[in-house]
Design a protein around this ligand. Structure first.
Ligand SMILES: Nc1ncnc2c1ncn2[C@@H]1O[C@H](COP(=O)(O)OP(=O)(O)OP(=O)(O)O)[C@@H](O)[C@H]1O
Ligand SMILES: [Mg+2]
Length: 300
């Protein structure tokens, strides 16, 4: 979707970046450093964007990030200017199809690493552990299995690949990329946010198994950017089922990944087309986990 960009006229919103899920529009002139971040209904898995969309997904992710940004409040600086941008701030009315999926944010100098916190062994960390008994290069005891809780949550950064897959790295490698002071700061912030998120999720009977944050510099200060503690950026499990020793229901992208793997797809575009049952199931899980954790009703 191209909006204004090709018109060569100085309109208020200009598309400057199309990510896998979010579109970024510049608001006003570059020195105002304001972006409108619009979450689409696109879904990606294994770094490939699916052809079909998940209805309302962008709205659920926006509502969930909004909830967390409010809950985290001033404890951690973040990029939000307002989650309800007005025409005065935007210089034009918010387009109808952006309603509920747009946030006005401060433009940040993004750090070129992804800040992952893992409370439980899963995903790429589990694959790495099974291959080499390490997690992000750190040696762990033998005999761990998927779904096990780490004694303490661990900070496990990765590269932020411009294209292709992110690569798991050690803390020292992250420090070599962003500098030790910054690496220490984002590690401590990540662990702090995870702790608050995991505790809140636990009250709702949900395990926040792991999550990924993106930070950036805004006016010389490190701030949480992008989305925060959503089912797109996290693994969220049904706590009671994990405690009972079973495979927990996942309120995240896992059912989509499982379905894609079951098709034998080689993870290269084009992806297989998603049956409506897979799409509806994902939509329902995202809404359910949002409503449970936030205590708010999803209004669409
Ligand atoms: N405040 C901000 N200032 C500048 N960039 C931001 C800000 N918040 C988020 N971003 C960037 O906006 C993009 C959001 O798009 P999305 O989440 O769809 O990206 P992605 O597909 O995960 O990654 P990529 O953008 O590399 O394709 C990310 O590149 C993210 O780093
Ligand atoms: Mg992203």
């Amino acid at each position: 979707m191209t909006r204004w960009i090709d018109l060569g006229i100085d309109l208020a919103l200009k598309l400057i970046h199309k990510g896998k899920v979010r579109d970024l529009y510049r608001v006003g002139s570059p020195d105002e450093k304001r972006l409108l971040m619009v979450a689409s209904d696109r879904v990606s898995a294994f770094d490939v964007v699916m052809a079909e969309e998940i209805r309302d997904k962008g709205k659920v992710l926006t509502a969930m990030s909004e909830f967390w940004f409010e809950l985290l409040g001033d404890r951690f600086p973040n990029h939000v200017v307002t989650t309800r941008p007005t025409s005065i701030e935007l210089g034009e009315d918010l387009p109808a199809d952006f309603q509920g999926r747009a946030m006005l944010v401060k433009e940040a100098q993004m750090l070129p690493i992804e800040c992952i916190v893992r409370g439980f062994l899963a995903g790429s960390a589990l694959k790495e552990y099974q291959a080499s008994q390490t997690v992000h290069g750190q040696r762990l005891p033998a005999g761990l299995t998927g779904g096990m809780k780490f004694p303490e949550p661990i900070f496990t950064p990765s590269t932020k690949a411009e294209s292709g897959h992110d690569v798991n790295i050690t803390f020292d490698q992250a420090a070599a990329i962003v500098g030790t002071d910054v690496a220490v700061k984002v590690r401590d912030m990540s662990l702090g946010i995870y702790e608050i998120g995991a505790q809140r999720a636990k009250q709702a009977g949900v395990i926040l198994a792991d999550t990924k944050f993106e930070f950036g510099f805004i006016d010389g200060e490190i701030a949480i950017c992008d989305e925060v503690l959503t089912p797109d950026s996290s693994r969220m499990w049904e706590a009671s089922e994990l405690l009972a020793g079973g495979e927990p229901t996942a309120y995240d992208k896992q059912p989509l990944r499982d379905w894609l793997e079951s098709t034998g797809w080689n993870k290269m575009p084009p992806p297989p087309s998603l049956p409506s049952a897979v799409r509806e199931s994902l939509r329902n899980r995202y809404i359910a986990v949002y409503e449970r954790i936030s205590g708010r009703e999803f209004l669409g």
